[in-house]
Design a protein around this ligand. Structure first.
Ligand SMILES: *[C@@H]1O[C@H](CO)[C@@H](O)[C@H](O)[C@H]1NC(C)=O
Ligand SMILES: *[C@@H]1O[C@H](CO)[C@@H](O)[C@H](O)[C@H]1NC(C)=O
Ligand SMILES: *[C@@H]1O[C@H](CO)[C@@H](O)[C@H](O)[C@H]1NC(C)=O
Ligand SMILES: *[C@@H]1O[C@H](CO)[C@@H](O)[C@H](O)[C@H]1NC(C)=O
Ligand SMILES: *[C@@H]1O[C@H](CO)[C@@H](O)[C@H](O)[C@H]1NC(C)=O
Ligand SMILES: *[C@@H]1O[C@H](CO)[C@@H](O)[C@H](O)[C@H]1NC(C)=O
Ligand SMILES: *[C@@H]1O[C@H](CO)[C@@H](O)[C@H](O)[C@H]1NC(C)=O
Ligand SMILES: *[C@@H]1O[C@H](CO)[C@@H](O)[C@H](O)[C@H]1NC(C)=O
Ligand SMILES: *[C@@H]1O[C@H](CO)[C@@H](O)[C@H](O)[C@H]1NC(C)=O
Length: 361
């Protein structure tokens, strides 16, 4: 106490020769609270009210730590200020501008508050069947917390607020960080772009999601009839359109699902990315009616029948009996005409499944 008094007296005496009264400097903050967007630059400015004698130094600190480094830019002794580059949420705090002249010192505190534009990530079962219930969810990150959520729907070039008064179509639930819009009994008229706007005091963010009617996959096959040869490989082709996205795919043989996992050598794995079924080393008992089925969240769609007939090469044809060869070929070439001659029955081990198949055709 005494020491500062002495210093004070000493300082006064040093400046007593000037006409102006000397005193400790007086400064004020242009803004005592500065709100700055995360990622932008923040500026804190201080105005000198009086500084006689003039300031000798300006020192900026935060929580007692003097600030230095390339992120900070100082003003000068005439116009003290602090600039912070590329601010982050952790720059929040109380910044002190400390100034002194030869008489004494003073300071002013500025509170920096950082904020971010709300971001909203939308998700939900936005492709759904007629009559289903759709939940659209927003996942919000924001600083500070969101104060207000509004749901709207694009209509022509504008957006229209969703009317929750009639609870038979739209409902809202969830939390301020995780708002949920429910559309009940989805109809064609409900298709469109839905928006969730989240706002706080500084900014608003909007997320959107398109709602559409989904249908079961439309599965088609390129060929109805395949003819394979014992010992060869064959590829049964399948293609599909699916909205929403296909989730699984399987093949039926004679109405029974083929378990691909149990027959890895026989079938090349077929899935939503590779719908074709490759049958390796065909045998007579691969004869049958195949169907390709694809499922999405709406349901399962299947192709029409794909018929696979197998002929034997070599083994039967080695038999030089001309009639036998003829029968074999005739059955192969005229697949749907089963000839029940005794010779054909005799060689039935070569195409034993064909006649049964033909009954279904
Ligand atoms: C700070 O306030 C002073 C006095 O009102 C004004 O002259 C100056 O332009 C302001 N500076 C900034 C950066 O706003
Ligand atoms: C700003 O800061 C962020 C996070 O600290 C960093 O990822 C980004 O690259 C910086 N941007 C610039 C322009 O320095
Ligand atoms: C939320 O936003 C809507 C639409 O902008 C506005 O009508 C409503 O008053 C706001 N509610 C609050 C609590 O700010
Ligand atoms: C929608 O906006 C586009 C371009 O902004 C304009 O050409 C069009 O006429 C608008 N349609 C309606 C219905 O307002
Ligand atoms: C709510 O809307 C549905 C169809 O949009 C209508 O049939 C029903 O009468 C409405 N209910 C009320 C209470 O307005
Ligand atoms: C089946 O698909 C494969 C590969 O896409 C193609 O090479 C082949 O010609 C197709 N077969 C038929 C019968 O369409
Ligand atoms: C789909 O089948 C193909 C062809 O067999 C295979 O390469 C691919 O790994 C399979 N994908 C999945 C997800 O099983
Ligand atoms: C099909 O025939 C092959 C060869 O004759 C045989 O190894 C296999 O076990 C048969 N598969 C079935 C399901 O009968
Ligand atoms: C599949 O069906 C066809 C025609 O009905 C028949 O010839 C064949 O033996 C059947 N295959 C199997 C493995 O059941």
């Amino acid at each position: 106490m005494e020491l500062s008094m002495i210093l004070y007296v000493l300082s006064c005496s040093l400046y007593s020769s000037t006409s102006e009264t000397t005193d400790i400097p007086i400064i004020i903050a242009n803004e005592t609270v500065v709100n700055a967007k995360i990622g932008s630059n923040a500026d804190m400015t201080v105005t000198i009210v009086t500084a006689v004698p003039p300031l000798k130094a300006v020192i900026w600190s935060r929580n007692g730590q003097t600030l230095f480094g390339s992120r900070y830019t100082d003003g000068n002794i005439k116009t003290p200020s602090l600039g912070i580059n590329n601010i982050t949420a952790s720059d929040d705090g109380t910044y002190r501008c400390f100034v002194y002249n030869e008489v004494g010192s003073s300071y002013v505190d500025i509170f920096l508050f950082t904020w971010s534009k709300p971001t909203i990530r939308m998700s939900g079962n936005n492709i759904a069947g007629i009559g289903s219930t759709v939940h659209l969810e927003g996942l919000i990150t924001s600083k500070p917390n969101i104060r207000n959520i509004t749901w709207t729907r694009a209509y022509k070039n504008t957006s229209v607020a969703i009317d929750f008064t009639n609870g038979s179509k739209f409902g809202r639930s969830g939390t301020i960080f995780h708002p949920i819009l429910t559309i009940i009994n989805l109809q064609k008229a409900d298709e469109g772009l839905y928006m969730c706007a989240a706002s706080h005091d500084f900014s608003e963010g909007v997320g959107d999601i398109f709602v559409s009617i989904g249908v079961v996959p439309l599965v088609s096959r390129e060929e109805t009839d395949y003819q394979g040869t014992v010992g060869n490989d064959i590829q049964l082709n399948c293609s599909y359109d699916s909205n929403p996205q296909a989730m699984f795919l399987y093949w039926l043989k004679n109405g029974t699902r083929i378990n691909l996992d149990l027959q890895r050598e026989k079938y090349t794995k077929s899935n939503v990315s590779y719908p074709d079924l490759m049958i390796n080393n065909i045998q007579l008992n691969d004869t049958g009616i195949y169907v390709c089925c694809v499922g999405n969240v709406i349901g399962v769609g299947c192709s029409a029948y794909i018929k696979l007939l197998i002929k034997v090469e070599g083994k039967c044809n080695d038999n030089r009996d001309s009639e036998h060869v003829y029968k074999t070929l005739s059955i192969y070439n005229a697949i749907y005409e089963y000839s029940g001659t005794t010779d054909a029955r005799k060689s039935s081990h070569c195409y034993e499944d064909i006649d049964i198949l033909n009954k279904d055709v």
